[in-house]
Design a protein around this ligand. Structure first.
Ligand code: NCD
Length: 370
């Protein structure tokens, strides 16, 4: 059975701290405020709230759900688990995969999802504050999943609701340039599945390439990789788009070795996983655009397949532009389509855990599948 009680030790209460004090806390301390009274995650807001043990539990549960979902009887079982719950997907930034995989995860578990994808259709256009809008959602729904261009809005919503009669769980589905914790979960799940027969993620060399300064997926995933012994990371990016020093400080304190380089192509023969990213130019502003660089040098071409080790994998959070030549798509090492589908399973596992249905799923799995 999945026992989460060891996570209870440091649990703190969001309604007992002011927003100003909470906001200033280091991320590892903030994490203590997102734990529920049985040790499971309640809010899912930052990658720093996950430990190795919680990652393993979520990946195991995702695999059980994936296997249960193969049969009609299994799907019927899953779809009754949270039939009494409703979720609000509030996505004020563009999204295809994250939105749809959360939507599908809700459907798998029987949760009825609703959506706002464009705040121009909401009362915010009449001048309503974001916090009032979120409080409105909380009065109709049991779970809020939000993607926002603002860095701290999901956290602020969780804090604000903790002082109301409906402090529903909040999941961060991407916050500005900062965090994308559930993408990091699906990336870990994908790495784990890819390296299943090679001793897991431990000891692997992960290369991140592209816009690492503004790519929130890399920022969250780099943190999760600190939980796997002997991993090393290479960050390959043009100078202005190199990974933030805040992330490097977290890797330093975890003792994870890393290298920074502008020469992506030279890293290919040495990689176990290559994680490509899109240039996040939606953040370019007049007067603040990165210096010109040759995008081809930060792209993976069909030719590069020849220099990629036989057992390595190519990942991408998607959407891609030209960072990966579509000619690579049918190579067995290209796992980005599978990675996308993994998002549906790990998000199902996460939501089932938040609502404490994980043990029922494990029971069903033990009795019917294993
Ligand atoms: C990413 C995002 O939105 O941060 N996409 C995703 O969620 N799969 C990456 C990107 O937009 O480049």
């Amino acid at each position: 059975m999945l026992d989460w009680s060891s996570f209870l030790l440091k649990r703190k209460h969001l309604d007992e701290i002011s927003w100003e004090d909470f906001h200033q806390l280091p991320l590892t301390e903030k994490a203590n405020y997102f734990v529920q009274n049985n040790g499971r995650p309640y809010h899912v807001l930052i990658a720093q709230q996950f430990e190795r043990e919680s990652l393993d539990k979520l990946c195991d549960l995702a695999t059980r759900i994936r296997r249960i979902a193969k049969s009609k009887a299994g799907m019927d079982f899953l779809s009754l688990l949270l039939k009494h719950k409703r979720a609000m997907l509030d996505f004020t930034q563009p999204s295809s995969r994250t939105f749809l995989s959360f939507y599908a995860a809700c459907q798998i578990l029987g949760i009825r999802p609703a959506e706002v994808r464009n705040s121009s259709t909401s009362s915010e256009m009449k001048g309503e504050s974001r916090m009032d809008t979120m409080r409105t959602f909380s009065s109709y729904f049991d779970l809020l999943i939000m993607r926002t261009p603002e860095q701290n809005l999901a956290e602020k919503t969780a804090w604000m609701l903790s002082n109301t009669e409906r402090p529903v769980p909040i999941i961060n589905a991407g916050s500005g340039k900062d965090q994308h914790p559930t993408q990091a979960l699906l990336d870990v799940y994908t790495l784990q599945r890819s390296f299943e027969r090679r001793g897991g993620i431990e000891g692997k060399h992960i290369v991140f390439c592209g816009d690492l300064a503004r790519g929130r997926t890399v920022r969250s995933l780099a943190k999760l990789l600190t939980h796997y012994p002997n991993v090393r990371i290479t960050f390959a990016a043009p100078g202005a788009l190199q990974i933030g020093t805040d992330i490097l400080a977290q890797l330093d304190s975890a003792g994870l070795p890393y290298e920074l380089t502008a020469d992506f192509k030279s890293t290919i023969p040495e990689a176990d996983a290559i994680y490509m990213t899109r240039i996040q130019d939606e953040w370019d502003t007049e007067g603040d655009t990165p210096a010109k660089f040759n995008l081809e040098e930060y792209s993976f071409s069909a030719d590069d397949l020849k220099r990629l080790p036989q057992q390595a994998v190519i990942m991408h959070p998607l959407p891609r532009r030209t960072e990966i030549d579509p000619a690579c798509d049918n190579d067995p090492r290209a796992v980005y389509w599978r990675q996308m589908r993994n998002g549906m399973w790990i998000r199902s596992a996460l939501i089932a855990t938040i609502f404490v249905r994980d043990n029922e799923i494990t029971n069903y799995y033990m009795m019917n599948i294993k």
